[in-house]
Design a protein around this ligand. Structure first.
Ligand code: ATP
Ligand code: MG
Ligand code: MG
Length: 472
């Protein structure tokens, strides 16, 4: 990529989240640019200088490569690099992508002032082993928080029984007029179940992610998003069109000859391949992964799967899997926001008295080895020190990032070259896939966001208690 010869026509809209907008290169399909977004009301007046924007993105790179990568496993992480783009290119790009952006995301605008962006490999177009004629399938899952808090600081019992995801969904439905969730008027817990392993449980979680993807599930084919929820719209998801895309990947044996395979069978095979990839150590050829027992964890009572679990008991995830690593990192939130907030206040008070200490405690970075050390060298018990409070706050922020990241699973059919081989053509085995698993969206969460987290938690929990978990 030659930064001085950037042309907006080489780039297209790829997707966006709450904080950033992503464009992908049309030819060099392995690259994306991730640009910051600002609230639309700040569009004339950027909230930070170009230097601050550069620093913010450099912090994202450092946090991902020095902190999250050592906790989650290097093999899953692509931290990318900060690039400085010509302002004219960024302006033209912003105009070009504007009409492709979903309306409900347009309360924010793309940063066109700093010229800074994060350049990353396009994880929806992976360069897996052999080049095939078939475009790769990529599945993005936002697993959210996978455990129920057991901290003694938790003041409302319901938090130890119903997972945050379910309560948050309930809160959104109750307080906003979002049409997306209430179609079925019940929750399909995904997050806790997804982390619980047991092939059946994960199967269940993914099936419900497909039925109600909301913001937590997307499918890409050849780098194009072919399945996601259209938030804020009444359009029902087109499962038939998804099946149409998936079917060619899962035709085998007799199905291939008489071209018949039920939608249910296609979905089952697809979910199975995805579960295998999630339970693998990160990349490989998708041999069948067997269940391994691990420690038990608590279950969300609001989940439809709860009845199932009573019948099947509890199993944990193998420790080398992406979900296990994410869960372990999320569990650095040991005190829950209720136990953490007083420590945040201790740090805040200290910084008011000694503002210069902000740098020493690395409150806003840099996210380097010294930061990692502060995070890891935390005494088990509160000795009343600022150091203890800082370490717990750092740990909490890392856990927040792990609760907000996405997993990208790329699948490429791996037995194509055997197509002419009649034996394989008629094989009754499901097709094999090569896969790679990555984790994306590993931005540090700001120190100052902690009080907001507490308020949100209180609102979510009291709303759930007020309505007894019932929907309007
Ligand atoms: P959130 O609201 O979840 O915090 P965000 O604003 O931090 O999101 P990202 O999640 O990093 O932004 O990016 C938005 C979307 O762009 C992702 O959900 C994903 O679909 C896509 N995306 C981001 N990075 C990549 C990448 N490296 N390769 C392919 N697609 C990507
Ligand atoms: Mg995201
Ligand atoms: Mg994010």
């Amino acid at each position: 990529m030659e930064l001085d010869k950037m042309d907006e026509n080489d780039w297209k809209y790829h997707g966006e989240g709450n904080k950033s907008l992503v464009v992908s290169h049309v030819q060099v399909s392995q690259l994306v640019l991730r640009l910051l977004k600002y609230p639309a009301e700040d569009s004339e007046n950027p909230p930070q200088t170009a230097e601050q924007a550069f620093r913010q993105i450099q912090n994202i790179v450092d946090f991902s490569s020095n902190v999250m990568s050592s906790l989650l496993g290097e093999k899953f992480i692509h931290s990318g690099e900060v690039v400085k783009l010509p302002l004219e290119f960024v302006r033209q790009l912003s105009i070009k992508v504007q009409h492709q952006r979903p309306a409900w995301r347009c309360d924010k605008v793309m940063d066109i002032y700093s010229g800074c962006a994060l350049c990353l490999p396009n994880l929806t177009c992976p360069a897996l082993h052999q080049p095939t004629h078939t475009p790769p399938l990529c599945i993005e899952i936002k697993p959210k928080c996978g455990f129920l808090p057991s901290s003694k600081h938790v003041s409302k019992d319901i938090k130890t029984k119903v997972c945050r995801f379910c309560m948050h969904q309930h809160y959104k439905v109750t307080t906003t007029n979002h049409c997306k969730v209430h179609t079925k008027q019940k929750y399909r817990t995904t997050t806790v179940q997804l982390h619980l392993s047991g092939l059946q449980r994960m199967h269940f979680a993914i099936r419900h992610l497909i039925e109600e993807p909301q913001n937590n599930f997307k499918i890409f084919k050849g780098g194009q998003c072919i399945y996601s929820s259209k938030e804020g719209s009444d359009d029902s998801l087109d499962l038939n069109s998804l099946l149409h895309h998936l079917r060619p990947y899962f035709m085998y044996g007799n199905n291939r000859i008489n071209s018949h395979m039920t939608g249910k069978a296609v979905l089952n095979d697809f979910i199975q391949v995805l579960v295998n990839a999630l339970l693998s150590g990160g990349g490989g050829d998708g041999g069948l992964v067997t269940d391994r027992r691990g420690e038990g964890r608590s279950f969300c009572e609001a989940s439809l799967f709860n009845k199932e679990r009573i019948r099947h008991g509890s199993q944990g995830l193998p420790s080398d899997t992406v979900l296990f690593r994410i869960l372990q990192t999320q569990m650095l939130d040991t005190l829950d926001i209720e136990g953490l907030h007083p420590l945040y206040r201790r740090v805040e008070q200290h910084l008011q008295d000694f503002p210069k200490e902000r740098t020493h405690h690395q409150i806003d970075g840099p996210y380097n080895e010294a930061f990692m050390e502060k995070l890891q060298k935390c005494p088990t018990d509160d000795d009343g020190s600022v150091e203890y409070a800082v370490a717990k706050v750092h740990q909490y922020r890392v856990a927040m990032t792990a609760k907000d990241c996405s997993i990208m699973v790329a699948l490429v059919p791996s037995n194509e070259e055997k197509e002419d081989d009649e034996g394989d053509f008629l094989s009754s085995r499901p097709p094999a896939f090569s896969y790679s698993v990555s984790i994306l969206d590993l931005d540090p969460k700001p120190f100052d966001s902690i009080p907001r987290q507490l308020r949100l938690d209180q609102r979510i929990v009291s709303c759930y208690l007020r309505t007894g978990g019932a929907l309007p």
